[in-house]
Design a protein around this ligand. Structure first.
Ligand code: PEP
Ligand code: MG
Length: 559
């Protein structure tokens, strides 16, 4: 009895974000430098030199981050470049220098200037608030430089390790070596946080919202399952090793998977990619995906001060269409606002921008913006091998869908809408009636159904698309599509979860669009089960009381 008890390992649970299984000892990131206490004012004569000491340190940190950005690729490179941008930000440097010139030592000035900016970013909310972690990371790097200490962050381990942390600065995550950091678990962070996005790109199994992470000491062997969202503390070694071997066998199947997507008994399920410009569409085309299920056009224009002319827009859309000659390409009209404000769109101040004038709602006050974008899409479609489908974000009512569809049809474009507002899902029958297809945006659908900000790390357990309320809204939408004989796709992060993908197929979803890097795992999982198994899995998931029970029930249903 006692020997049996000693083999029962503790299992911690969190939100799974990158599937994969790893078994290794735990490591924690190094301590961050302590924030300096406020000291006496510097003598006048030393202030200029102190300001120069600070700016040299900030520029050294920016230079190192830029260097790392140039060696990385994709999201990791972008995140490192953006962090380097913060370290050389004129306004931030200027604020710190001003504090130094009024007597503060450089260390104190860095800390104070950072907090001023952090307050401002937090008040702005959305994406800006998310950058507070980056800003504090830059502060710590500059402090370490000033104090002559090693740059803070994740030390390079000598043997494969599983990294546990409260939260990881994007610059830390972007620099990880997947051969040495074989798993990541963070106490904070949501499924759409930077840590999750970069871990996905690097292919490192990852769990966020692992609230009990702090109970595991460095050096403890753990089995991390990024698909299940579990960390088993000190599991029997032989069992853990066989789980890793089984996961590697599955990974080989994923590597071997070739499209087109279909269940093992031949039911077609289109596996598509989410893209943001011509380059990402061409990268996706090198994978096994059949087309684009979501082209987030607003992401192509995030840094633009002025609205791009129709001809320029058309050329960009055509690049994406041409990446998949004759294939399916779904272009989404600008989803500006909330966490993705565009400089050339007039966003009045809103206390609650996620519930404000974003997506299709912008067309109410500025109809020309949508009209010009549809003109550009129509121009891009002219002469293309296959005409793109066009969909509107943030549709809440059938009337909005009707008006959008009329504008598309007037330009011979195939109209669809995103179902990401619970009202549209609940009335999916009347919304579907207005358009030729719908695509479910599970990121926002989950945020709005659960009344939980998708950016919030504390609410990761609620912003989980396995929540029964979300699955029921998807079911209603899929049934409405089936009744009308119109395709229903999913293009939120839920489509990147291989297990959930089987549930979505069982609910009647006919296309899954996700990050191109996640597509093969989804295609291989769907290809390993029959349509009937997917239907059983869907029934089991919808009947489950909570996400954890749903995952377990689906695993059983799929055998
Ligand atoms: C979604 O909400 O699921 C979606 C795909 O749109 P975005 O993530 O761009 O808001
Ligand atoms: Mg959305």
């Amino acid at each position: 009895m006692s020997s049996q008890q000693s083999t029962v390992a503790t299992v911690l649970t969190g939100t799974p974000v990158v599937p994969g299984v790893a078994y290794a000892p735990v490591m924690w990131p190094g301590e961050r430098p302590e924030l300096p206490a406020t000291g006496p004012d510097l003598p006048e004569a030393e202030r200029e030199a102190e300001a120069a000491r600070f700016s040299t340190a900030a520029l050294a940190v920016a230079g190192r981050l830029r260097e790392r950005a140039s060696q990385a690729t994709g999201a990791a490179s972008e995140v490192l470049a953006a962090t380097a941008g913060l370290a050389s930000d004129k306004a931030w440097i200027g604020t710190a220098e001003k504090l130094i010139r009024s007597g503060s030592p450089a260390e104190g000035a860095v800390a104070a200037a950072t907090e001023q900016f952090a307050d401002m970013f937090t008040k702005l909310g959305g994406l800006m608030a998310e950058r507070v972690t980056d800003l504090r990371d830059v502060r710590d790097r500059v402090l370490a430089e000033l104090l002559g200490r090693p740059e803070p962050g994740v030390p390079v381990p000598t043997a494969p390790s599983i990294l546990l942390a409260d939260d990881l600065a994007p610059a830390d995550t972007a620099g990880l070596d997947p051969a040495l950091i074989v798993g990541i678990g963070t106490r904070l962070g949501g499924p759409t946080s930077h840590t999750a996005i970069i871990a996905r790109q690097l292919g490192i199994p990852c769990i966020v919202g692992l609230t009990q992470a702090g109970t595991v000491d460095a050096g403890t062997p753990v089995l991390l399952d990024g698909g299940e969202g579990t960390v088993t503390v000190e599991p029997p070694a032989a069992e853990a090793e066989s789980r890793v071997a089984e996961a590697q066998r599955l990974a080989t199947e994923v590597a071997r998977w070739r499209g087109p997507g279909r269940t093992s008994d031949g039911a077609p399920v289109a596996i598509l990619a989410n893209v943001q410009d011509g380059a990402s569409a061409r990268t996706a085309a090198e994978r096994q995906v059949e087309g684009v299920g979501l082209f987030r056009t607003e992401l192509a224009f995030l840094n633009r001060a002025d609205e791009p002319a129709v001809a320029e827009q058309a050329a960009l859309y055509r690049e994406v269409i041409d990446a998949f000659p004759g294939g399916k390409v779904v272009i989404r009209t600008l989803d500006a606002g909330s966490d993705k404000p565009l400089k050339f769109v007039d966003h009045a101040h809103e206390d609650n921008p996620a519930l404000g004038v974003r997506g299709i709602r912008i067309a109410e006050g500025d109809p020309g913006l949508l009209e010009r974008q549809l003109d550009a899409i129509a121009a891009a479609a002219d002469g293309a091998e296959a005409s793109p489908w066009v969909m509107a974000p943030m549709i809440a009512t059938a009337a909005e869908a009707r008006s959008f569809a009329a504008q598309c049809r007037a330009r011979s474009l195939t109209p669809g809408v995103m179902i990401e507002v619970p009202a549209a899902a609940l009335c999916a029958d009347s919304v579907v009636a207005e358009v030729d297809f719908v695509s479910i945006g599970t990121n926002d659908l989950t945020q709005y159904a659960m009344a939980a900000d998708r950016m919030s790390s504390e609410l990761a357990a609620l912003t989980d698309p396995w929540q029964p309320a979300v699955l029921r809204l998807i079911k209603i939408t899929a049934e409405a599509g089936a009744a009308a004989g119109k395709p229903v796709g999913v293009c939120g992060e839920a489509a990147a979860d291989p297990l959930l993908a089987c549930v979505l197929v069982g609910l009647g979803v006919s296309s899954l669009s996700c990050a191109a890097g996640a597509a093969a795992a989804v295609g291989a999982r769907v290809g390993a089960v029959t349509l009937q198994q997917c239907r059983w899995a869907a029934e089991a998931a919808v009947a489950a009381a909570d996400p954890q029970a749903a995952r377990e029930a689906v695993r059983r249903a799929l055998g």
